[in-house]
Design a protein around this ligand. Sequence first.
Ligand code: DC
Length: 219
Amino acid sequence: MDLNRKIIAIDGPSASGKGTVASRVAAALGFDYLDSGALYRLTALYARQHNADWSDEAAVAALAEQLPAGFDGGRILLGGQDVTEAIRTEAIGMGASAVAQLPKVREALLQRQRAFLTEKGLVGDGRDIGSVIFPDAALKIFLTASARIRAERRAKQIGVPTQGVAFERILADIEARDEADSRRAVAPLKQQPDALLLDTTHLTIEESVKKVLDWYAKI
Ligand code: DC
């Protein structure tokens, strides 16, 4: 069987809910799940631990090459240490966005991402899963939602009211990251011509998961 038929690529902006949707789709199909953003976040954290500047391409790429990453159930490990929560901070998110702009870092993480694919099948989420990592994936989806809705989801997740100064800061951070991820020279965030658009602004997680499964059933 052509293994490409067992790959679903879900790309889209930060806080769009693609991680939740991708992991639930993977569970429903019995596929593995690749959270590629976690690799960039781990690289940012690892660089910080080694006092490497996030803009120092050679140093960060060398660290990315030998990134001691581990995925254990839902937990994410770095050098054996559980960093699941530590990599989700806004600061590390900005660091991930910075290191993700460096071509040598993307190159260093390329094979590592492809190695997640086995006979079981794979749902991968990120920015360039359908364009660069698995260009022959059977199903490619660009999953997005309005910046305001994404900010509201993020705020609810971390217990911040959906209006006021703290909320406006979350919204501004999301817009800044969209801008950085969309404008960068390598693998910018954008819907590819062969990706189906899934706008979840008015959809629940369950509805979004169902949509992806329906699409997959039709290929
Ligand atoms: O999806 P996320 O928020 O965890 O991603 C963190 C950062 O990593 C994001 O700013 C963009 C970058 N990224 C990327 O460039 N390519 C990917 N495949 C995944 C994430």
